[in-house]
Design a protein around this ligand. Structure first.
Ligand code: GAP
Length: 501
């Protein structure tokens, strides 16, 4: 589906819509409706089960969203968290440099200096997308953070967090005391990040506030014990930076073991890259031929990273591979910078007495982009019907409950809906229109199971009564004892976890 068509469908179904729609919308801001809000919760639960489930020493915290200026100064965001902005000297509109260069340089502008970008604009005679004049400026760095006047005097500066990660670094000493005083220690945060993007676009891909899930793993660079054998033979679809710069963007299938022995990656990095790939394949259900792990070169990667692979998916709606998540080896950059900024030594003493400033491996995930990807990949036509073939544990409404005839079967069906809710099975009661129309609505919403109460259910009584359970993907129907429903459905609602132990 094209982007406009997909967005129209998601809006019609109440998954999401532009914020402040009655005022014409606000660029880069979207509101999630009932299905979208529920889907976000399911994705968050699946991400947490998978990544925080990697170790019993990984924890979720929920910190403040506002960062004092000292924090973003130390982190480098005040100085470096910028995008090159081009302005038109005729109409005074501003643009991201990569959007201006998009047709002549589709690979983006990462790694180019302002002067180099300016030279391409001049040499190619690129025009302002708004007024058509050839009066585009040399790019200037534009800081993407939202600054705030903090407190009643307005003299203190603070910032809406541009990434959730920072609070994990700030919380590290406290978590060291709260936890087992051992490395590796993982701190995960799920929540909003805020960026004053120059050119919000592609719906959920460049928003001004969006949700991130980020796990920071603090580890001893001399010793990160891992069950590497669990991933050694896993073949990963990688695009290595060196090959790409030599002219080949083709995906190579390379085992995690070979990425270490011949490819120069540390074991801890390849291990988490493999788990991230498995998350996309086994949890989000993205077909493997649509995933690639795209390594960023020295010039392209974020200022804090030593190694960076982006997870990209090939999305029909957006015309190609798009970044959804990443694995960042940030070294001791963050604790080092915050140690200097705060004047506190953030190194820890390990059992045995060795003092170490932990390194950080960051697994970062943009929830909104992934929600869009789940629509792109799994929502489509199946003959006449439109079906969202979400993995069952991600379905916003896992179960639909219908009375076959509202007048006769509603009371029983409503009671069944309540009983399923009480058993922890989210469901939606629907008695509007024909059964066919109700199935169609649930198919579009991604509901994997629809339960219909009929005369037979009621005639057979509460102990022996059966209902029809219809499965979304196969459209197959079977009779199931009402009393069996909770334990028949529950396993489909649990997201997978990685093997530990
Ligand atoms: N802590 C590292 C960090 O924030 P990032 O690449 O800037 O790294 C991480 O962002 C993820 O957040 C991206 O992979 C993407 O999924 C999501 N993301 C970043 N900017 C976004 C935006 N403007 N709108 C929606 N999602 C965004």
């Amino acid at each position: 589906m094209k982007s406009d068509e997909l967005f129209a469908l998601l809006r019609r179904r109440g998954v999401l819509w532009p914020s402040a729609e009655i005022y014409g919308g606000a660029q880069g801001l979207y509101d999630y409706g009932p299905l979208g809000a529920a889907l976000k919760r399911r994705i968050e639960d699946a991400w947490t089960a998978w990544f925080v489930g990697l170790s019993h020493d990984y924890y979720v915290i929920d910190p403040a969203e506002i960062l004092p200026e000292a924090v973003v100064r130390a982190s480098g965001h005040l100085e470096n968290f910028t995008d090159p902005e081009v302005t038109c000297e005729t109409c005074h509109n501003a643009f991201r440099a990569d959007t201006i260069l998009e047709k002549v340089r589709p690979e983006g502008v990462d790694g180019l200096t302002s002067a180099e970008i300016g030279e391409i604009v001049r040499a190619r005679g690129l025009k302002c997308p708004s007024c058509g004049a050839t009066t585009l400026s040399v790019p200037q760095p534009f800081n993407l953070m939202f600054g705030l006047d903090f407190g009643v005097t307005g003299h203190e500066r603070a910032y809406l967090r541009p990434e959730t990660a920072q609070s994990s670094y700030l919380s590290f000493p406290r978590m060291w005391d709260v936890g087992r005083r051992a490395l590796p220690l993982g701190i995960a945060i799920f929540g909003k990040a805020y960026r004053n993007e120059i050119a919000p676009r592609q719906v959920l891909f460049r928003m001004r506030t969006f949700t991130q899930g980020e796990l920071q793993i603090f580890f001893d660079p001399e010793n990160f014990p891992l069950p590497f054998d669990r991933v050694r033979d896993e073949k990963l679809p990688v695009v290595r930076a060196a090959r790409r710069l030599a002219g080949s963007e083709a995906v190579e299938m390379v085992s995690a073991g070979d990425l270490v022995s011949a490819g120069g990656l540390p074991e801890f990095y390849a291990f988490h890259l493999a788990h991230t790939y498995r998350f996309y394949r086994d949890v989000l259900g993205v077909p493997t031929d649509r995933i690639r792990l795209f390594e960023k070169s020295d010039q392209e990667r974020a200022f804090y990273n030593r190694i960076q692979f982006d997870v990209e998916a090939n999305l029909e709606s957006l015309g190609g591979f798009k970044e959804l998540a990443a694995v960042h080896y940030r070294g001791d950059y963050d604790l080092g910078r915050h140690g200097q900024g705060s004047g506190k030594d953030l190194s820890v003493t390990l059992t045995g007495g060795r003092s170490v400033l932990p390194h950080v491996l960051e697994l970062t995930f943009g929830l909104d982009r992934n929600l869009w990807a789940l629509a792109d990949v799994h929502l489509g036509k199946d003959g006449e019907r439109t079906v969202w073939r979400l993995p069952t544990y991600l379905a916003p409404v896992p179960v639909g409950v219908f009375p076959l005839i509202a007048k006769e079967h509603a009371a029983f069906a409503l009671r069944l809906s309540d009983d399923l809710s009480a058993a922890g099975i989210p469901n939606q009661y629907d008695d509007a229109g024909t059964i066919g129309k109700r199935y169609a609505r649930m198919d579009e919403a991604g509901t994997p199971f629809c339960v219909t109460v009929d005369g037979e259910t009621i005639a057979d009584g509460p102990r022996h009564g059966t209902v029809t359970v219809r499965t979304r993907d196969s459209k197959a129907q079977e009779r199931v004892l009402v009393t069996d429903l909770p334990h028949r459905l529950a396993p489909f609602l649990r997201p997978p976890r990685p093997a530990r132990g």
